[in-house]
Design a protein around this ligand. Sequence first.
Ligand code: GTP
Ligand code: MG
Length: 200
Amino acid sequence: EAGRKLFAGEKDFLKGVVAMSGLPPDDRIEVCFAGRSNVGKSSLINALTGRKGIARASNTPGRTQEINFFTLAESHYLVDLPGYGYANAPLAVVEKWQRLLKQYLSGRQSLRRAFVLIDARHGVKKVDEEILTLLDKSAVTFQAVLTKADKVKAAERDKVMAQVRKRLSAHPAAFPEIVVTSSEKGDGIETLRAIIATLI
Ligand code: GTP
Ligand code: MG
């Protein structure tokens, strides 16, 4: 179907951006992946594209320090964002990424939807709320994606789902459907591809 077809097309790393002035022209529709450091953003892009090393993933939080653009099917972008909520880097450096992240999330015309990744073991944290509120204010529709589903039992995951659902209900920009994924096992990847295909 549409999702498989879209992701079967060309996909490549385009560029890493460290300032708003470096963003590519906003003439393609894009979706981005936001979330706490280490939640699995880069791994999810690898799983979606079926190209393991296209986005650099790592066990070290704070791996992605730029806004990375990946071309998709010649007229779209997937956007991998630096994580937030990571306190273990020099403050000046963290503040620089956070400022860029917030500028991007609140001022990108061509951003069709933000996928906000939430660890299936941990649920929505205080640092997530700040981003969700920013997305509300910027009128950017966001959709929650639970990550690392392979690391939790179904009962625990359902508890986290309920917590996430409750938190989302307070956010006008939240899209109600939550996607459960495992980049490791492939769960939810086809579903997410199909969702992206409906957006672009
Ligand atoms: P930053 O760029 O630092 O913000 O992190 P990120 O959100 O891009 O996370 P990344 O994709 O680098 O993954 C962090 C760690 O989680 C890596 O060790 C991944 O292998 C692991 N990981 C990511 N997704 C999954 C998953 O679905 N299952 C399991 N078991 N591990 C995962
Ligand atoms: Mg990353």
